[in-house]
Design a protein around this ligand. Structure first.
Ligand SMILES: [Fe+2]
Length: 385
């Protein structure tokens, strides 16, 4: 049996209207005093959810500042500038309310405010040496699972490269999963973020680092996504589908914390870094071709996944792993997200450079169940051009 270690948040609140519990968490941690930074982005701020949280915590005596300027898929310099703008304000607590970019930024900020002289690039070089100020993460998309992971993903502007900072100190102590915060998510984002969660679950399930803990979560999370992603895409107000997706996304994050994503995320990073293709969309484009590439190395695992989601073989399928890969492909197609790299301005002559960049993501490629050569990666990019 594969040995494993898993990290997880200390307390997780799940359910409708659980954001109302945030003041209670603060009171327990801080008494009724302290300065709280609430970090979000303009899209989430437009929903009014962060402002509601601010009102609730102000009513309990906390001094609060709301910053809604976190950019989508931030550069390391964006995070450094944010740290510079708040470091003298002596915040005791951070609340991140948003998608993966906001939560990753909040996680980095929590440690950078303690390690006063550090920058994001110095964390990349030297690692994270201490835990940050306490934090609560409130995901408003169901995809990245950032609320459960020890990772923070940022883009290095000069290298046009997307990279991950990984440390147990980045696992937040408190998480609030309230499906009502995801009800306003547009269908295109529901699709892209939901497929990102599916990638986390399936990549972790077939990863060389898969283990009994991650398998348990990966199979159940995959079942939840096949039950609910299309429903949430068609009807964003379906609270049960939204709840299932939020749970599946959280399970995906927990899987990452004990197993690892593999080739989909490795090949996706250069697409996000150099061409700014949204993370979930890049993963969605890559998912089916990479499942097809890996299938013969993980037939038994995919058969188990097929059984779990209750699919049957078609005439001519030699086994259920083929039916499973086909079902994944059909789900991606049904969600109407872009399917070709050329839609993002990528040309054939760009593929060698993309391939070189993907090969550098050895942290993830080394966990793929099948080795991937330069030619393997190049031919996958060519197939989806
Ligand atoms: Fe992801």
């Amino acid at each position: 049996m594969q040995s494993f270690l898993f990290h997880s948040p200390m307390q997780v609140f799940f359910g409708k209207r659980e954001i109302a519990r945030i003041p209670e968490i603060l009171l327990r941690e801080q008494g009724n005093h302290g300065r709280v930074l609430l970090l979000t982005d303009t899209g989430v701020a437009a929903s009014g959810i962060p402002q509601r949280i601010v009102e609730q915590i102000k009513a309990c005596g906390f001094s609060t500042e709301l910053i809604d300027t976190v950019p989508r898929e931030p550069y390391s310099t964006d995070v450094d500038e944010l740290v510079d703008s708040v470091k003298n304000k002596k915040f005791d607590f951070i609340i991140g309310v948003g998608g993966g970019s906001v939560l990753d930024t909040a996680k980095l900020l929590s440690v950078l405010l303690v390690l006063k002289t550090a920058t994001v690039e110095s964390l990349l070089e030297k690692g994270v040496s201490e835990k940050g100020i306490p934090s609560i993460m409130v995901p408003t998309t169901a995809g990245t699972g950032s609320e459960a992971t020890p990772n923070a993903i940022i883009v290095l502007k000069d290298k046009q490269l997307k990279v991950g900072i990984v440390s147990p100190f980045l696992v937040p102590p408190y998480v609030v999963l309230d499906p009502e915060t995801t009800l306003g998510l547009p269908s295109s984002l529901t699709a892209a973020t939901g497929l990102d969660a599916l990638c986390h679950l399936l990549e972790c399930y077939i990863s060389k680092r898969a283990n009994p803990h991650s398998d348990l979560l990966a199979l159940e999370g995959t079942r939840l996504i096949f039950t609910s992603l299309h429903k949430a895409f068609i009807d964003g107000s379906d609270v049960e589908a939204r709840s299932n997706m939020l749970l599946a996304s959280f399970y995906g994050g927990l899987c990452i914390a004990s197993s690892s994503t593999t080739a989909v995320h490795a090949l996706s990073y250069p697409l996000g870094g150099a061409y700014r293709i949204p993370h979930g969309v890049a993963n969605a484009i890559l998912l089916a071709p990479i499942m097809e590439f890996n299938r013969d190395a993980v037939v038994e695992r995919l058969i188990q996944a097929a059984i779990r989601i209750g699919i049957s073989p078609k005439l001519g399928d030699s086994d259920l792993s083929i039916a499973f890969v086909r079902t994944v492909k059909e789900l991606v197609q049904s969600l109407k997200i872009p399917s070709r790299l050329s839609e993002f301005g990528i040309k054939k002559e760009n593929i060698p450079e993309l391939t070189e960049q993907a090969l550098k993501v050895s942290r993830l490629l080394s966990n793929n169940p099948k080795p991937m050569s330069y030619e393997d990666i190049k031919s996958i990019y060519e197939r989806i051009l």
